[in-house]
Design a protein around this ligand. Structure first.
Ligand SMILES: [Zn+2]
Length: 394
């Protein structure tokens, strides 16, 4: 069931951008596009060209800037005017991709569209056929069934909807969890069933949102039931709680033995720049890129870290800081939860030798400073100072 090569399709410039308090300017979109090219994602959705003039100009500019062979998608709603406008913008790419979206869930059909299922099918057929007629036979057309993850009540209908999109000319069927409402395996099983139903008639892609914090898990598991493409965003940007996080998804797949084309060393610098550009800070405990994720404070952990620091598999580390382009290292700092090993390790790293007999004394001093001052952390610099004083007094 697993594809040979999983494709990472980035949607930061479209889904991420549309959810920003201040959407990006043309110059900013160019900078993000260049970061994505350096990161070597497999494909880039550049925008929603028919939504406004800035988006149109940006999509056209980025299409012209695209490297050879990199799929460049533009999103369009399922009507001819918008599809034509989208094509006007993205046709300049070396490998353009038309992306058409239309709702498929029973809830949306009845409450938002207020049309019959038959009309939904007609709308999909008409729009995809029109797109095929203007883009020619070679260009990829991706069809997204919006709210697919919510289409539990009318699941049989979604199969018909996707089949009609394929018959009208779609090559990629994108399955969005537009709003994350259920547990991951509900969505994963739906993807599995569609994937088996479609077979090799089209590729299956997934696009998940993070409303319940499970988008990464959901997307990663979909790879093992037939999804060949995962749609992701830098820093997990996107509507509400965001889109599937690019970094988490790629590292998780890599850790599980999958080969990706991603330039992993670009992850950290890219994340920092995106945080600056959006004004959305990176949380200290955010996986992969958070400031505090390589710190160890408890005695048991510090002992394991110290013993495996030079090994590729660390006792308390999934991947090394360098692997994702970080300049920091695993750190051990001293709190009232720390052990003797923390002190020895920190000082050895600084080239300071404290005799074994004195380590305990140093430990007690550091611990008493910490407990007198509300159990605060004792920094590495403070420990060095304490140790230097101790060694000098020998
Ligand atoms: Zn989305």
């Amino acid at each position: 069931m697993k594809p040979n090569q999983i494709k990472i399709q980035d949607v930061t410039l479209r889904d991420g951008n549309q959810a920003l308090r201040k959407p990006w300017t043309l110059e900013e979109k160019i900078e993000v596009f260049d970061l994505l090219v350096e990161l070597n994602v497999d494909g880039i959705e550049v925008g929603f060209p028919s939504s406004n003039e800035t988006e149109f100009v940006a999509s056209k500019t980025l299409a012209k800037r695209a490297p050879v062979g990199k799929p460049i998608a533009g999103l369009s709603r399922a009507n001819e005017t918008e599809i034509a406008k989208t094509w006007d913008a993205i046709q300049y790419a070396n490998k353009p991709r038309m992306h058409i979206v239309f709702p498929v869930s029973d809830f949306s059909i009845r409450n938002v569209l207020k049309i019959s299922e038959k009309e939904v099918i007609q709308k999909i057929q008409k729009s995809v056929s029109f797109a095929r007629s203007i883009v020619g036979p070679e260009v990829e057309i991706q069809f997204s069934g919006e709210h697919f993850g919510d289409a539990i009540e009318n699941f049989a209908f979604t199969k018909d909807a996707f089949l009609s999109a394929i018959e009208a000319g779609a090559n990629i069927i994108n399955l969005p969890n537009t709003v994350e409402r259920y547990r991951p395996m509900v969505f994963v099983n739906m993807v599995k069933e569609i994937s088996e139903f479609i077979g090799n008639k089209a590729k299956v892609s997934v696009h998940t949102h993070n409303d319940l914090g499970m988008a990464t898990a959901t997307s990663v598991e979909c790879v093992y039931v037939g999804a060949e493409q995962i749609e992701v965003a830098l820093n997990g940007l996107g509507e509400r709680a965001g889109n599937t996080n690019l970094y988490e998804t790629c590292i998780a797949l890599h850790q599980n033995g999958e080969t990706l084309g991603i330039n992993f060393q670009r992850i950290y610098p890219t994340a920092k720049r995106i945080a600056e550009m959006t004004g959305i800070p990176i949380g200290e405990k955010t996986p992969i890129i958070g400031e505090d994720i390589f710190s160890h404070r408890s005695g048991i952990h510090q002992d394991g870290v110290a013993k495996t620091i030079k090994q590729s598999k660390g006792a308390y580390r999934t991947f090394s800081p360098e692997f994702v382009g970080r300049k920091d290292a695993e750190t051990i700092s001293f709190t009232n939860q720390s052990g003797h090993r923390a002190i020895q390790f920190l000082l050895e790293n600084r080239g300071i030798f404290v005799p074994q007999t004195k380590v305990h004394q140093l430990f007690e001093t550091a611990k008493s400073i910490s407990s007198k001052e509300n159990n605060r952390e004792i920094t590495e610099a403070e420990l060095v100072e304490l140790a230097t004083g101790l060694v000098a007094s020998l």
